[in-house]
Design a protein around this ligand. Structure first.
Ligand code: SF4
Length: 465
């Protein structure tokens, strides 16, 4: 679990919002990035080292081992080894890889080629001594023997720490410049706004420019792309019927709800039905392995798009304000990521759908014109009412309970915003920083059976697939 934040937050907006194929950022984006890193490391070996190599070995540990097949980790690592990048990798590439698990693919490095098939991946179980639950080890070995005695020419240990973030053991990310407006907690963020007299969007943009070196126009272009991908996922999900991949045989529901909304135009349920339909649509697209946005993870990728599309279409919120909403939501995502965790494998679903719901509540408060005190309270209420929520995906698929959980997270976000925007914001008793600490504590005490391993909860009480 992430240690409580000691230095200021240096995350970029685009560390948090990443485009990639579903169904789980820690199981697809992180492992694909690991495969890509290993491919580059392989290419940097000398001709003599490459000559000694015989085979590539991939071992999965923790929930990558337990639910890696259902979550598509095998094909994601292979796609990374073949040179695909999550943002550019078409879902059909991954589907094709999955269809031929015994096919030996050629991984080129220098003047060598190494053959690797999906079925070469080794699933090492959930008990291990690595410091992070979701661990992959990729190595170039010198012999065909699977014994540990075969020479290891190159070996990297990767930790997929949630939301597509990847830690490479022994490697530090290049240091980023200090942000002009440093903060570690919501309390510090609030006082920064007061001290600098900057608005929330201006303050976030100042930091983003300093951290990444990109200008405001480019930040806006990238935020627009994030919004476009969210919208495309929702629209595709709303019109795609059928059964999701995997042995559960779960039928998509978003189109059904969307059609129902036509007959409810003047009914009080209209907006709620649409909010549910939008969340299900993006979550079903994610479950199908299609491209969505980590917000903050892929498992929770339906929540923020649902409120964003509702505000854009039913609330007529203009694009500039939607971008600002993403900035407001990012503050909450940054604080949970650095103060606790956004990984289901570390803290359960409270860190995924819980965080997404808190981000969406902050988004709603901002785009509806409320000050940061209301934004904070909305996020706090949404997160508080996800505390303790376990991760127990049935059959290892990001479908039950995940898809409906996104719809519930979106509705809770809306309710949290409504509760926070009524009355005096200073009367709120619980602070966002406190509930983030509670999330970290709760996650620490949670049994590993409820952390994306499919070994507890619904995954064992509903074991029919
Ligand atoms: S239960 Fe939640 S955390 Fe677990 S896989 Fe599903 S969406 Fe992700």
């Amino acid at each position: 679990m992430t240690a409580p934040q000691e230095s200021s937050i240096t995350l970029s907006l685009f560390d948090l919002y990443k485009i990639g194929p579903g169904p789980s950022s820690s199981h697809t984006i992180g492992p694909m990035r690991a495969g890509g890193h290993f491919r580059r490391a392989l290419a940097a070996l000398s001709a003599e080292e490459l000559l000694r190599g015989e085979r590539i070995e991939v071992r999965l540990y923790g929930s990558l081992s337990a639910t890696g097949k259902g979550h598509g980790t095998d094909r994601a690592v292979l796609a990374g080894l073949l040179g695909f990048d999550p943002e550019q990798c078409d879902a059909r590439v991954l589907e094709d890889l999955a269809e031929e698990p015994n096919k030996a693919h050629r991984i080129a490095a220098g003047n060598r080629e190494f053959l690797f098939a999906l079925n070469d991946i080794r699933y090492e179980g959930t008990i291990h001594n690595f410091p992070w639950n979701n661990t992959l080890v990729i190595a170039l070995r010198g012999g065909w023997s699977t014994s540990e005695e075969a020479e290891t020419i190159l070996r990297h240990v990767y930790y997929s720490v949630g939301g597509g973030f990847l830690v490479v053991e022994g490697e530090e990310d290049p240091p980023r410049p200090a942000p002009p407006h440093p903060y570690r907690t919501m309390e510090e963020f609030r006082s920064l706004l007061q001290r600098t007299n900057r608005s929330l969007p201006d303050l976030l943009l100042d930091n983003e420019r300093a951290l990444t070196g990109i200008d405001t126009a480019e930040v806006h272009r990238r935020l627009d792309r994030i919004l476009d991908v969210m919208e495309a996922a929702v629209d595709l999900g709303l019109r795609t019927e059928g059964v999701l991949p995997g042995s559960i045989g779960l039928r998509r529901k978003a189109p059904l709800l969307f059609r129902r909304s036509y007959s409810l135009q003047s009914d009080p349920n209209h907006a709620v039905v649409l909010l549910n339909a939008y969340a299900l649509a993006a979550a079903e697209e994610n479950a199908a392995g299609h491209v969505v946005v980590t917000a903050p993870t892929l498992g929770s990728a339906g929540v923020l798009p649902a409120v964003a599309i509702l505000m854009a279409r039913q609330g007529r919120v203009p694009r500039e304000l939607l971008r600002e909403g993403l900035l407001a939501a990012a503050v909450v995502g940054f604080l949970v990521k650095t103060g606790a965790s956004i990984s289901g494998a570390e803290v359960g679903c409270q860190g995924e759908v819980g965080t997404a719901s808190a981000m969406a509540a902050a988004f709603l408060a901002h785009v509806n014109g409320y000050p940061v005190s209301v934004l904070e309270n909305a996020a706090e209420i949404a997160l508080e009412h996800h505390l303790g929520m376990t991760c127990d995906p049935v059959g290892g698929y990001v479908q039950i309970p995940c898809i409906e959980r996104n719809a519930m997270g979106a509705v809770k976000a809306y309710n949290a915003y409504l509760l926070a925007s009524c009355g005096d914001p200073s009367a709120q008793k619980v602070q966002l920083d406190q509930v983030i600490r509670a999330l970290a504590e709760t996650g620490r005490d949670m049994s590993s059976r409820y952390k994306e391993t499919a070994e507890g909860g619904l995954a064992v009480c509903f074991p029919q697939c």
